[in-house]
Design a protein around this ligand. Structure first.
Ligand code: RB5
Length: 146
């Protein structure tokens, strides 16, 4: 994984799950870079998706966790950067495949949609699973081309 830290970011609608997952990561011994938001006061998800993209693109973080209400808006924002491969995840199988096939470097959750325990387990699997490479490598490389 490029970069030791795992960055976390959310908007107001994802704040509670972001905080829970941050604590899980810290308890597991990870170095966590919290990019906000810092409360449930209303904010705009594109700002936090962009902050995540900057952290990944600069190498300040090797992996990232995003949370908004659905996971959709904040992942769209992050994926505008070609160095980001953010996957919206609703189950553990998708978490595994996003790593094995897509080399996803950011996992995104919708706090309003996903069960807390599913999100916690999916994040563990996301972090533990390696990219398969092989036939997937050229496809993933194409994602970063203009
Ligand atoms: C905020 O209300 C909500 O729209 C946002 O968290 C997210 O779900 C957008 O995709």
């Amino acid at each position: 994984m490029a970069g030791a830290s795992i960055a976390v970011a959310s908007d107001h609608a994802g704040f509670d799950l972001k905080e829970l997952l941050k604590r899980d990561l810290q308890d597991a011994g990870h170095d966590v870079l919290d990019l906000g938001t810092n409360s449930t006061a209303s904010v705009d998800y594109p700002d936090f998706g962009k902050a995540m993209a900057d952290a990944i693109a600069s190498g300040r973080a090797g992996r990232g966790v995003l949370v908004c209400g659905t996971g959709i808006g904040i992942s769209i924002a992050a994926n505008r950067n070609p160095r980001v491969r953010a996957a919206v995840i609703h189950d553990v199988t998708s978490a595994r495949l996003s790593r094995e096939h897509n080399d996803a470097n950011v996992i995104a959750f919708g706090q309003r949609l996903i069960g807390t325990e599913v999100a916690r387990e999916a994040l563990k699997i996301f972090l533990a699973t390696t990219f398969e490479g092989g036939r997937h490598a050229a496809r993933v490389a194409k994602l970063s081309k203009d």
